[in-house]
Design a protein around this ligand. Structure first.
Ligand code: ADP
Length: 399
């Protein structure tokens, strides 16, 4: 698993509220609450942790008094591994709807540098006028890990499939050119046959020769089409609200072993962003392309200097993502041709990754640009318009 460096957390406490007599329902402070082996946290409507049992404090690695009175997001995050699409945070959802929520199977609790797969529930335990939720967590490492591995394999296959499809669509232009050649040949052999037949005493053998050539060219064209058909199966794009921070996490999860093998340190600076309207898998492919390119660019960078920084934020109706590496940066000729199909400086490169990425982003109304960072490495910038559903416009949803 990648060691993500989380952004500095502002430490805000609300200890004053704890002095209020009805702040915590008495039942939850009973011996049962403390004795439970499962981690339990009581969170109020302002998302402040009111109480936690010893199992929760052991899970988070903090003493209870360090955590009590702080906004839960500043202590830990609940992330989804390889999730697609937009889903409201279950704690927020429970507070909002007053309905119990079950944590999705791929939930990961992120606390400092640790990522702990777990299951659990968010229970509505509102006391009187006070809205409260009880976060009940269940850390069954073995089953969570097994789930996580099979989910990752499944997801990798999906992504590989998507990548093949994108490659094909990019290659389609080239293939159209290839098909044009046999078509032109068929046309001229047939015209020749017609001309021969129009002669007073047609030479049947030559006519047959011309037609045989036309048949073989037809077979050639059919062969090209058949190869293409077996390579592509039907795929429809699924445009939906997508959480961009989740896309980043998915890409890093998929490339985690490559990042570890190549000693690349990841510095993740994500800010809560509203969803964008796009095909989640396609965006993931863009992120995978950019991260993979960054890893490859840093091959010649000394091990201890290999840094990949990914930053996200939302500004002026757009979500921005920056992927910056500490490699040699873009040469002048690469800068000019980066997005040109088939431009590559790699021995085994296809030169399609960036042009595919740009096509994907443009289809979602976004942009991809690149420049060198002041520190010297390459910096790729993505902008995508924020999804314009009503919920999002009301500013309620950010992850
Ligand atoms: P490929 O990876 O197959 O070469 P791409 O379209 O992804 O195809 O990239 C095209 C070229 O852009 C690469 O061969 C490389 O020269 C340059 N490039 C891409 N990313 C970076 C980067 N992070 N740093 C320096 N050069 C890069």
């Amino acid at each position: 698993m990648v060691a993500y460096r989380q952004p500095n957390l502002r430490q805000r406490t609300y200890r004053r509220d704890l002095a209020q007599p009805d702040a915590v329902p008495a039942l939850l402070l009973s011996p049962l609450f403390s004795a439970s082996r499962d981690p339990l946290l009581l969170i109020d409507a302002r998302q402040i942790i009111r109480a936690l049992n010893p199992a929760a404090s052991a899970l988070l690695g903090f003493r209870a008094e360090k955590v009590r009175g702080r906004v839960w997001r500043r202590v830990f995050q609940l992330e989804r591994e390889l999730a697609q699409g937009w889903r409201r945070n279950p704690i927020v959802q429970c507070l909002h709807s007053r309905r119990n929520q079950t944590l999705a199977k791929d939930t990961v609790l992120v606390c400092e540098e640790r990522r702990i797969p777990l299951t659990g529930q968010v229970l509505n335990v509102s006391a009187g006028q006070k809205d409260m939720v009880l976060l009940y967590l269940n850390v069954s490492v073995e089953s969570a890990e097994t789930h996580s591995v099979s989910r990752r394999n499944e997801h990798e296959m999906l992504l590989q499939h998507m990548s093949r499809l994108n490659t094909v669509s990019e290659l389609a232009t080239g293939i159209a050119h290839e098909i044009n050649q046999p078509l032109a040949a068929i046309m001229s052999f047939n015209q020749a046959a017609l001309r021969l037949l129009a002669e007073e005493e047609p030479d049947v053998d030559r006519v047959a020769e011309a037609l045989a050539e036309a048949v073989s060219q037809t077979q050639r064209a059919a062969g090209i089409l058949e190869r293409l058909r077996s390579f592509v199966s039907r795929h429809e794009l699924h445009f939906m609200p997508v959480a961009i921070n989740q896309v980043v996490i998915n890409a890093l999860t998929l490339l985690s072993s490559k990042l570890t093998e190549t000693s690349v340190r990841v510095n993740l600076r994500t800010e809560p962003c509203p969803p964008v309207h796009a095909d989640a898998l396609q965006l993931e492919q863009v992120m995978v392309n950019l991260v993979r390119n960054a890893i490859e660019a840093m091959q010649t960078t000394p091990d201890d200097m290999r840094r990949l920084q990914i930053a996200t934020c939302s500004l002026a109706g757009q979500v921005h993502i920056e992927v910056t590496d500490s490699g040699p940066g873009l040469s002048a000729s690469a800068s000019r041709q980066l997005f040109t199909r088939f431009f590559t400086t790699k021995a085994d490169g296809m030169g399609l990754g960036l042009s595919i990425s740009r096509t994907i982003l443009e289809a979602a109304g976004g942009e991809l640009s690149a420049s060198n960072s002041p520190a010297g490495g390459a910096c790729f910038r993505i902008t995508l318009p924020i999804s314009s559903t009503e919920e999002v416009l009301s500013g309620k949803h950010t992850v």
